[in-house]
Design a protein around this ligand. Sequence first.
Ligand code: PHE
Length: 462
Amino acid sequence: MASRGGFSNRLGFIAAAAGSAVGLGNIWKFPYEVGENGGAAFLVIYLACAFLICLPIMLAETAIGRNTRLNPFGAFNKIGNRRWGLVGLLGVLSGIMILSFYNVVAGWAFGYFIQIGFGGLLSEGVNYGDYFGGFVSDITDNLLYSIGFMILTALIVAGGVQKGIERWTKILMPLLVVMIVGLISYGLTLDGAMDGLSFYLVPDFSEITANTFYTALAQAFFSLSLGMGALITYGSYVGKDDSIVGAAALITVADISIAFLAGLMIFPLVFSQPSIEANAGPGLVFVALPGIFETMGGIGPFIGASFFLLLCFAALTSTVSLLEVPVAFVTDQFKTNRKKTVYFVATFIFFVGLPTMLSQGASDFFTNFVYYGGEDKDFFTLIENVFSDLALPLGGFFIAIFAGWSWKNKGFQKELYFGNAALEGTFLEKMILFMVRFVSPFVVGAIFIISVLQIFFNISLF
Ligand code: PHE
């Protein structure tokens, strides 16, 4: 296994998996989804999805990965059969497609770092909403930033997993948390902060629709890097004497806490700026934050640039895990040279992302790409809907069914006992099995059906 590398110790795996989990999903996607889906009611459902449905699936993924020490396709083929291999393939494909758009958004964050730090973006009279619209439709800038980001990702993955990510995450994630907490404290002093807090923390359950459920579930999968085998691939680096249960619980708590803090940060800032609506969509953090940095005076550009730089690092530890999945697939299955594979796959995914980049106003064709669910959708939305909102929960559904029902000779339980022998026969073990067998598949399956009807046919069941 030497060529696959390994993490230095248990904390190494936790740091890397948390690095994969914490990223744009927490700080860019989660807040705008809360904003679009009625605030606190969404938060409540999201928390339930993360802990009750996704955490058991995380155990299953990690266990499959450690047991087989292979990429998702190879793993399912080894302990399942050829048909299960298809679930692995779906995961590899999802990884490719998610990275293709994730890299574009990471490019936006990178661009904001440059523009705030060195381009004088924070100046009086700038309308940050208009600026964002212009920024995402400017193809030259976007190309540069996203090429830069993909190159960084590829360099880290080519350097080997453990060297690359562990170090970054251990230093930079705490710094990101400090930055967010600092901004929360600042935000709470602003006019309107309390309205923001009550939007985020006081649930109005009349806001709940079918939309709320599937968005929350899909977001929990996305944020925890679940359903496509990222943690099968990372699980292959966990030692046999480490407890998977403890690690998964820690990773979930860390990831969800950072998303929660991001919400605490953003909503007071949004509500303190009358020109910004909570349901502004994907531009929310890019529109709400610069206005606040501007109010900080001389130190604003420094704080703003540091924020977006830290966000870039968080995104980088996620893009690394996304790239690792197809790279591990190709090197495991076709015995190719790892470095060459990394550069080839990264280049390929970069090109797959071009239509997404063009779909934010630069090209009419990709901006109004398809019609479904009652309106024209851009290419980005299509890829997000199919490969993140649908494919991740679907992958998670099959992973739970596999671990709970199909993995022979109690393979799943036995894998959990390694590094955690005391688990055998406990209530916790029974709980885990019950969740993996019944709760996760049933709930995910039901929500999946609701999602398809809603997203593609605009049929709302409630
Ligand atoms: N969890 C990452 C984030 O929240 C995104 C991701 C999804 C990474 C799936 C890997 C796999 O930013």
